[in-house]
Ligand binder design. Structure first.
Ligand code: PYR
Length: 395
């Protein structure tokens, strides 16, 4: 930038700083591997998701590099913790983009994605979201895609299942966290699905993500004598609410959404997690080479446990980026390209592909929405004592 005089000095500085930190026009730096970044919630309330996701990324990285990396050059993954809020996600996205990554996996929460994805979109950096389920994520822009099925295609399945377990259900009570993008998007979908099945909610209770005591909302809901409770809450607030709901005497079915879709809810709701119904975008029983390889790697790393959906989705996100990079590099070598050109070509390649993943075969709409064919419903079964449990797939 040139000096524009005293009055616009600040503007000049900002422009200069912008140029100095944006590596997009530089040749892509492939020394030490092909650089990709991930941004996960490893601290704060959403760390319960980030823990599941981190191992998925580690296993996908191992798998890619065990298969020759990106045509002989290893895939190099830099992981940053976003915390569980928007400023953390914005800062981690910016750091990774300035570091020169070709693509990003993340962020964990939809609430964070609506804040951080526009940064990647502006900077021309492909994003593959591993766990954002709110309506409208890929619509943020060309560079934004996801492998996590959106609530509208998955959440209603758990309501169908509740009705097949107990066909006489009449009085649904709904809870959602009003300060969270995932919760507000999903509850709209749950409420529409309930109405379509003649189960107009008898009450809708609003909570906040950081609430710990839900006595007021629960008491108000129980006065309506519900026989089905439908929750769009994250894991910590949802786990606490379920515990309090059972302690206050509710005995009926509970359906939860994707926010409670992690075994990390067990220590929170303990024995009261038992019976919870949650739709799944992953089946550990899927009998395909891609899922068998993933299962084997997970069980070797974790000693026999069953992979959570969030682990399979995070694995898939990095798998997609790795396979798209292999194809792109064969067609149009990464070496010698500018970072900006390689990022754009990579996004086109991601959207064009079909991928054999642990989630089954997936591809993308031109918008970047995942196209996936198989979904399931699981019921949480807690062991006596309530310390551990499993997500049992319902047939
Ligand atoms: C989301 O934030 O989109 C979740 O599904 C938790």
């Amino acid at each position: 930038g040139r000096l524009l005089g005293v009055g616009t000095g600040l503007l000049t500085l900002t422009l200069l700083a912008g140029c100095a930190t944006d590596p997009g026009s530089q040749p892509l730096d492939l020394a030490g591997g092909v650089p990709v970044g991930a941004v996960l919630a490893l601290t704060g309330n959403a760390n319960v998701y980030g823990q599941d996701q981190k191992i998925g990324l580690e296993l996908a990285l191992q798998h890619r590099n065990g298969a020759g990396g990106i045509n002989g050059n290893p895939l190099k993954l830099a992981l940053e913790d976003s915390g569980s809020d928007e400023p953390g996600a914005n800062a981690a996205f910016t750091l990774q983009i300035n570091r020169g990554v070709l693509a990003l996996v993340g962020p964990t929460l939809s609430q964070q994605a609506f804040s951080a994805d526009p940064i990647a979109q502006r900077r021309g950096v492909p994003v593959v979201a591993p766990s954002n389920t709110a309506t409208g994520i890929p619509e943020i822009g060309f560079f934004i895609s996801r492998v996590s099925a959106q609530s509208s295609v998955i959440a209603p399945l758990a309501i169908d299942r509740a009705l097949s377990i107990q066909p006489g259900l009449k009085r649904a009570a709904v809870f959602y966290a009003q300060d969270d993008a995932y919760s507000t998007a999903e509850t709209t979908i749950f409420q529409t699905a309930l109405k379509q099945k003649g189960l107009d909610p008898v009450t809708v209770q609003r909570t906040q993500l950081n609430d710990q005591d839900f006595q007021n909302q629960i008491s108000a809901a129980l006065r309506e004598k519900p026989d089905l409770i439908v929750l769009s809450l994250q894991a910590v607030d949802g786990g606490n609410l379920i515990r309090q709901l059972r302690e206050l005497g509710y005995k009926g079915l509970i359906v939860a959404g994707n926010g409670m879709n992690t075994p990390n809810i067990y220590p929170i709701c303990q024995k009261y997690c038992d019976g919870l119904l949650i739709a799944q975008a992953y089946s550990p029983e899927l009998d395909t080479p891609a899922n068998t390889a993933f299962l084997k790697a997970f069980q070797a790393a974790k000693g026999g446990a069953i992979p959570p959906q969030l682990t399979a989705q995070a694995y898939t996100a990095l798998q997609v980026i790795g396979e798209a990079l292999v194809r792109l590099d064969k067609r149009q070598p990464l070496k010698g390209a500018t970072l900006a050109d390689a990022r754009k070509a990579l996004m086109e390649e991601i959207l064009a592909g079909t991928y054999a993943t642990p989630l089954g075969e997936i591809r993308f709409t031109p918008e970047g929405e995942v196209v996936q064919s198989q979904f399931f419903v699981a019921q949480v079964r807690m062991d006596p004592g309530g310390r551990s449990g499993r997500f049992a797939l319902l047939k």
